[in-house]
Structures are given as C-alpha cells and as structure tokens.
Design a protein around this ligand. Structure first.
Ligand code: SAM
Length: 286
C-alpha cells in the first residue's frame, strides 16, 4: 500500500500500478474502510479505499459520464433515478445535469466517504448535494433495494469491487432487489470491473443479473485509472431495444438534454456496446 511516498494498489495479484504521493490530504479508518485521499502530479487528487484506487480528478469524467448519460439518454423519459454507492459525488454531479429528472436518491454505505470527498474532492460533486431533487440515504445498497417502497426508472450501481462491503452489490439478491424496484421499461447499469483482468465478474454478472432482466449485456470504456484494459458496465432492462437506439435518436435526445460533456458523445454511446470477441465468447459460455 503505502511505501516511501508511493501508493501501491493491491487489486490484482502479481500486477499493479502505483501513484507517487505528493501530499496526503486525508487518511483515516472510517466505519467501513481505510480511506485515503492524496495529491499526485499526474492524476490530481486520488481517492482509495482499502488499497484500491476508486477515482482520480484527471479521468473520473469518463467513468461518470458513461454510467450516467448512456442509461438516461437511452431511457429517454426517466423521472426517478437511484444511485447505489457513489460516495465521491461524481455520479451525482452528472445525474443532476438532467433537468428533466424529478428525484434522485443516492444510497451510500459510508457517510465519511461522502463528507471527506465533499471536502477534499469538491470538483467531483460540484455542489450537486444542494440540488433539491437529491435525497442522500446512508445505508447498505443491497438492503435498500430489497426493502424500499420507491420505484425508479434508472438504477446506477457505482460500487466498489466485489470485496468487503461492496461484495453484496454483486450478489443475486442485489439484482433481484433492483429488478423489484425498477419500473417497467427501466434500466439498471453497474460498474463491473476491467473485463480482461476480472473476466469472472462479467460472466457472473451476466448469469446473476441476466436471471432478473429480459435483456442483459455490457458496454465499455477505457479509463486509465482502472488498469488492464477496458472497464465494462453491466446493462439490464426488460426493454430489449434500448441499447440499440439509432444515432439519430441518441443525438436528438442528447441535444435536447443540453448536456456539457468531455467524453460522452452519441457516437461513443452507440459504439460502446460493441464488445470484443473474447467477451462475446465468454458470454456465450454462460
Ligand atoms: N468508481 C469507483 C470504482 O470503479 O471502483 C467506485 C467509486 S464509489 C466511491 C464506490 C462507493 O460504493 C464507495 O463510496 C463505497 O462506500 C460504496 N459502497 C460500497 N459498498 C456499498 C454498499 N453495500 N452499499 C452502498 N454503498 C456501498
């Protein structure tokens, strides 16, 4: 982990990345995690939980734009959004850009992550918590989706890797709960790891989420911080066509939403569902 002003990520065995630490801004054992936020000359401010890099100022926009605008623009009529996890606030910042939404619920397990990221990564949330449509709930996301009476058009799982408190967000019970509180025609998307390095995550999610939705697939984006190839995002819906909208429809919705983006474009949206052969083959074995 921390060695001579370097932070070594411990996600993969026998392969990894490190970041030089210019300044440690915050480091503490919270209720759930060992949380550290530090400054790095290349990536800006970096946040890690239990030895795993979660987000950096430099490239977070790719991840947050893709997990927000792809499902919301594909849905086209979403009014109510649920974010699971997302304690750094970046997902909330992108979701509140959609002025047509009526309510946004975010369920994060550790309030310390929210508060420390507001303080030390302020550009992530950029004031989004002050939006009157936002309701922050401090709870376990898996418990929430299996108990809430609320129903949502889009669910975004912005979770940690499937270890520690985040492990429940990859279980069948979680996907069953999501299906339970998803409105007809709704979409669930979920952070699903880097497929080349974590292939089991893709096949397991395909099996588990696929059991509860009519249509399950994945889309992808390369995010430098998540090393080892492209990150995959799981996609589930009872509408089998939402992931295949024409570029004209996506462009019309994107223009109507009047979104300022740095990575997302309608062409990237459409192309992100094209999967490499090794993934297509892996999914065919499930
Ligand atoms: N972008 C990151 C990635 O790809 O690894 C995810 C970052 S976000 C900070 C993940 C958040 O999920 C954390 O704030 C963590 O506290 C939260 N989380 C983990 N397990 C959870 C659970 N069971 N319920 C709700 N939130 C959870």
């Amino acid at each position: 982990m921390l060695d001579n002003r370097r932070y070594f990520e411990t996600l993969h065995s026998g392969y990894g990345q490190y970041f030089d630490i210019d300044t440690i801004l915050f480091e503490q054992k919270t209720e759930q995690w060992h949380l550290i936020i530090f400054e790095n000359a290349t990536f800006g401010r970096v946040m890690a939980l239990d030895g795993i890099i979660q987000t950096t100022e430099r490239d977070e926009f790719i991840y947050h734009e893709m997990l927000t605008h792809v499902p919301l623009l594909a849905h086209g009529q979403a009014k109510r959004v649920l974010i699971i996890g997302g304690g750094d606030g970046g997902m909330l910042r992108e979701v509140v850009k959609h002025t047509s939404l009526e309510s946004i619920t975010m369920v994060e397990i550790d309030n310390a992550v929210v508060e420390m990221c507001k303080t030390y990564l302020p550009n992530h949330s950029n004031g989004a918590y002050d939006d009157p449509r936002v309701n922050l709930v401090i709870d376990d996301g898996a418990r929430f989706v299996n108990t809430t009476d609320e129903r949502f058009d889009v669910i975004i799982s912005d979770c940690t890797d499937p270890v520690g408190p985040g492990e429940v967000l990859f279980r069948s019970e979680f996907y069953q709960g999501c299906q339970r509180c998803l409105k007809p025609g709704g979409v669930i998307v979920a952070q699903n790891g880097v497929a080349f390095m974590q292939p089991d995550e893709v096949t397991t999610t395909y099996q588990r989420l696929g059991h509860y939705v009519e249509h399950c697939t994945f889309y992808a984006a390369a995010i430098p911080t998540y090393i080892g190839g492209v990150m995959t995002f799981a996609w589930g819906s009872d509408n089998k066509t939402l992931h295949q909208l024409s570029i004209d429809v996506i462009t019309e919705r994107f223009n109507r939403a009047n979104l300022a983006t740095r990575y997302y474009t309608p062409a990237i949206h459409q192309a992100s569902f094209a999967l490499p052969r090794y993934l297509v083959d892996a999914l065919a074995t499930v």
